[in-house]
Ligand binder design. Structure first.
Ligand SMILES: Nc1ncnc2c1ncn2[C@@H]1O[C@H](COP(=O)(O)OP(=O)(O)OP(=O)(O)O)[C@@H](O)[C@H]1O
Length: 964
């Protein structure tokens, strides 16, 4: 049996859509000049120069700016018969109904352009063909039901009923908008159908009352609808056929000029405005759909678009015939019609075969589908060595264990070195002086430099680069400006709220709002992706706990220290093991999960189904293209052929979310396949990054080992005031935490000596890639920290309420101010302002979408990070825009534990403001690296000086003014 519809014995050639989506078929019909027009000696300004192009012939000078040629799927000359218009512009679409596919034929055009003339013919031909088809295919059972309605003044009336009460529209989850109480007359024979059509015409005329038919039809929309229910053996279950159901709509719209009618008053105004509403909404819907389906499509704004929602970008095949009047006096309207047609040409619909199934059939169907998907999954896994997740996991587990051992060893070495160093420092009693960043106080230690070079990690080799910081510049310059000592006079660094274009004119409230939104979304999502999140967030949390422990209760002896390290290492090891176990579980779950089948469905064009309210049958929709293919394959029960399940890498990725990092955005497939971030723990990433990405630092282990060796050297050279010594110290206190592709993100496990109270549980993320300029950034950070340390260690200049305050009191005061500032910032922006910002960024207001869009935006910035300056900007972005602990997964899953603290966030932002603008300046004046360095220095400076910020702002403004 073939379900392919045919008329007169010929199989119809339906649109051979290789994909589910299909564009609306748009044709234009030019009507001939009518008698009145001929009497007025009018000539047609339009000419169809071939089957698809119509041109405007007149060379009126005022029209020269308009396009003269318009191309559509088909154009019909004025002497074309309606039969031809039907055959070439509507038949294929209309007859889809016999295959269970919804369809709609519209006529659009101004009054008297020939819509009704065309639609009547088309409706008759189509109904006749459908009827004939059913007669010829007696092996299938067909039931045809006819209904007709009119939308007039936004009221829906039944054209088969004499009742004048308007009909209500109801939303049905399965069928979309349904007209409640619409009579559906089951057709007995062809004569019956014709009678019904003439009733409709008469009724339309009667309901509009005093007007002539033409006037009436120009203001109302008429929809004739045929529902075709047919048996479909492809879905048969034990001899019982499932049913296909589809409707075909024939829509004669009101005159399109009504959409712009504005001068009417009274009743006419009402009519006009209602007609406006439907036609305007139709125009808007078509316009929006023509630009893609992003954003809100206002189907619900009018009755017409509600009723025809499926036909406008939904589950239907659609043809629009635009009718044109040839008359010169109608040229404006004709152009409008052609513009509408041009938009409609861009709209895609997504027609599905509608199958009504019994529960039993459905269950069988779904079971088959599930088996198929499972087989598919198995074969895809066995075909791909990378897809052999179990082996991969084992391998990873081994790697992790190895790494754990290494980390344990290194952590132990590091902490031992630290502990020795501390006791050494204490014993010589020079704790504070050694690292005082005063350029005049001590010479550099050339031995130290040599020692470092000898120890030579690649990272530090970069100091040899002439572009790196010169020795003189490596000394801290504590600002002379008294206002710079803001920490001492109780002032607080202010968030200037301007400067950096990207985030400069947003603020914490705004940021917080996004953060909350994202947080909410991500938390919901995180339940879905609990394994993914666990891979990223858990290590962070775990580490955080450890750090907190370490900070809260500093071990007093070496033994205690070692014991603590041991405990921590075990904890971490357990955490990693637990993660692996979770991953195993996830995969098993994935294989078994029904949601997996569903994921497979969407990516492999399989069945989509929704439960019917009746519980007895289920309406399924099947991609039209698939159905068409299936029609040749009668024997098979499966709704889709093998080739439809061919998987693109994206499909596979969807199916194996736990194993594959969302890599589409990154555009680096060869790396991505190995650089999964979410399918593995942080440690795995380290391993991968060592192999793949970290070029300058030969390996992280080398790097860490180098740091430890440096620590050993430092013990000997502890008196050095060289900045590198300080950096080494800094390194000693950092854990290599996470290594995404282009960057190494370091977290300070413990802040540098003496400033614990200031930094508290803050973590600092440094992003670098072994670039010489990375060191500059580290210096900046280091100097900032030392400035704070220095300030607090002196602690005798802080005046609070006229009294000299202790460091602890001044710290408290500082924290208070910071909190106050945070509150102020949070209150600063109104909802409207935030919405405006979202709009400016092109971020949809839908929360979930917004978080993803934001993440993508950020990701697109992240992915090109090659340089520390970009990294700094990135940090600021991350810090400023998201609640990073809950950052969407695209963002490496960084755990920014201190994002709540405005000081940290602001500081980095200030660095970036400063840098970015100075960088701009550098570009303008062609100054090389020196400026960059200064910029970073400036950034550091700005972190502590409100005055400097305003100075800088003024300078920036002056710079911009001078450029203009
Ligand atoms: N292609 C055509 N060939 C011959 N006559 C035509 C053609 N198209 C339209 N006409 C005639 O033009 C007149 C107006 O056509 P019709 O009523 O179909 O316009 P309409 O666009 O439906 O107008 P309204 O929006 O007012 O309903 C009718 O008399 C019709 O017979």
């Amino acid at each position: 049996m073939s379900t392919s519809p045919s008329t007169g014995g010929d199989d119809l050639m339906y649109g051979e859509t290789s994909d589910q989506e299909e564009k609306i078929l748009v044709s234009v019909r030019l009507r001939p000049l009518n008698e009145r027009e001929i009497a007025r000696n009018e000539v047609s300004d339009w000419e169809c120069i071939n089957n698809s192009t119509i041109i405007f012939k007149s060379n009126m000078p005022e029209r020269s700016m308009f396009p003269t040629a318009y191309t559509f799927d088909r154009v019909f000359r004025s002497d074309c018969q309606t039969k031809q218009v039907y055959e070439e512009g509507a038949k294929e679409i209309a007859l889809s109904a016999v295959s269970g596919v919804n369809s709609t034929i519209f006529a659009y055009g101004q009054t008297s352009s020939g819509k009704t003339y065309t639609m009547r013919g088309i409706t008759e031909y189509a109904l006749a063909d459908i009827y004939e088809y059913t007669e010829k295919h007696k092996e299938r059972e067909f039931v045809l039901k006819f209904s007709a309605m009119e939308i007039y003044n936004e009221a829906v009336r039944d054209l088969l009923s004499t009742a004048i009460t308007p009909l209500r529209l109801l939303d049905d989850p399965e069928r979309g908008t349904v007209v409640e109480g619409l009579i559906e007359d089951t057709l007995i024979d062809w004569k019956h159908l014709q009678e019904l059509i003439s009733i409709c015409e008469g009724e339309a005329q009667r309901q509009i009352g005093e007007n002539t038919l033409n006037e009436a039809s120009s203001r109302s929309h008429q929809i004739l609808r045929l529902t075709v229910e047919s048996s479909a053996r492809e879905y048969s279950d034990a001899g019982k056929s499932s049913t296909l159901t589809a409707t075909v709509n024939f829509v004669d719209l009101a005159g399109s000029e009504r959409a712009s009618q504005t001068l009417a008053v009274g009743t006419r105004l009402k009519e006009g405005s209602h007609i406006n509403r439907s036609l305007l909404t139709l125009g808007t819907v078509i316009r929006k759909l023509s630009k893609g389906r992003n954003g809100h499509i206002p189907y619900r704004d009018s009755k017409l678009t509600r009723i025809l929602q499926n036909s406008l970008g939904g589950n239907a095949r659609t043809a629009i015939i635009c009718t044109l009047s040839p008359s010169r006096s109608h040229v404006e309207q004709s152009r409008n019609t052609l513009l509408f047609a041009s938009c409609a040409k861009e709209v895609s619909t997504n027609a599905q075969v509608n199958v009504v199934m019994s529960d039993k059939t459905l269950v069988k169907q779904l079971q088959k589908e599930l088996t198929r998907l499972e087989t598919e999954l198995k074969s895809s896994r066995s075909n791909s060595s990378a897809g052999d997740s179990i082996a991969l996991l084992r391998e990873k587990e081994l790697q992790i264990e190895k790494m754990q051992q290494e980390i344990k060893k290194l952590t132990w070495q590091r902490d031992r070195a630290q502990s020795h160093l501390q006791s050494l420092l204490k014993s010589v009693g020079i704790k504070d002086q050694i690292f005082r960043m005063d350029g005049h106080s001590a010479p550099e230690s050339s031995e130290m430099i040599n020692a470092l070079r000898l120890e030579g990690t690649k990272f530090f080799k970069d100091y040899d680069d002439p572009s790196a910081v010169s020795p003189k510049k490596q000394t801290i310059q504590i600002p002379e400006d008294p206002e710079d000592n803001f920490l001492l006079d109780g002032s607080t660094p202010k968030f200037s709220g301007q400067g950096w274009e990207d985030i400069g004119n947003r603020n914490s409230e705004d940021v917080k709002d996004i953060c909350e939104q994202i947080q909410g979304t991500v938390m919901v999502e995180s339940r879905m992706n609990v394994k993914k999140e666990a891979d990223v967030v858990l290590p962070a949390l775990e580490e955080e706990k450890l750090v907190a422990n370490e900070e809260d209760e500093a071990p007093s002896s070496q033994e205690e220290y070692e014991e603590l390290i041991h405990i921590n290492s075990n904890k971490r090891h357990d955490a990693v093991k637990q993660k692996i176990q979770e991953l195993h579980k996830t995969i098993t779950h994935l294989e078994r999960s029904p949601s997996f089948s569903e994921a497979g469905e969407s990516s492999s064009k399989s069945l989509k189904w929704t439960r019917s309210k009746s519980k007895r049958s289920v309406l399924m929709t099947i991609p039209y293209a698939l159905w068409s293919e299936k029609e040749e394959d009668i024997g098979s029960v499966s709704p889709a052929s093998e080739k439809d399940f061919h998987e693109s890498p994206e499909d596979l990725e969807h199916k194996l979310p736990e194993l594959e990092h969302d890599v589409k955005l990154e555009n680096k497939p060869q790396e991505d396949s190995q650089n999964s971030l979410y399918g593995a723990s942080a440690e795995e990433d380290i391993i991968k990054d060592i192999d793949v990405d970290v070029e300058d630092t030969a390996s992280v282990l080398d790097f860490v080992a180098g740091v430890n060796k440096m620590a050993a050297s430092l013990r000997a050279e502890h008196q050095s005031r060289d900045i590198r010594a300080c950096l080494s110290l800094l390194h000693l206190r950092m854990d290599v935490f996470h290594l995404p592709r282009h960057m190494i993100i370091l977290r300070f496990r413990r802040p540098p000596l003496g400033i614990t109270t200031v930094t508290g549980k803050s973590y600092f993320f440094l992003l670098f890639k072994g670039d010489p300029s990375d060191n500059v950034y580290m210096e900046v950070e280091l100097r900032r920290l030392y400035f704070l340390k220095d300030t607090f260690s002196r602690g005798n200049n802080t005046i609070i309420d006229g009294k000299i305050a202790s460091p602890a009191a001044s710290l408290k005061a500082l924290n208070r101010e910071r909190d106050m500032l945070a509150k102020q910032l949070q209150k600063k922006y109104t909802k409207t302002e935030r919405e405006r910002l979202y709009q400016k960024w092109g971020i949809s207001l839908d929360t979930k979408q917004r978080s993803l869009q934001l993440a993508r935006r950020l990701w697109s910035d992240i992915k090109d990070v090659r340089h520390i300056r970009d990294s700094a900007a990135l940090v600021a972005k991350l810090a400023g825009l998201v609640e990073p602990r809950n950052a969407p997964k695209e963002m490496f899953g960084l755990s920014f534990s201190t994002s709540q603290r405005p000081s940290w966030r602001d500081n980095i932002q200030q660095v970036c403001y400063r840098y970015k603008d100075l960088h701009q300046e550098k570009m303008d004046k062609g100054k090389p690296l020196e400026m960059y360095r200064q910029a970073l220095w400036g950034g550091w400076h700005l972190c502590v000086s409100q005055k400097c910020i305003s100075k800088f702002m003024k300078r920036k403004q002056a710079l911009y003014a001078s450029k203009r």
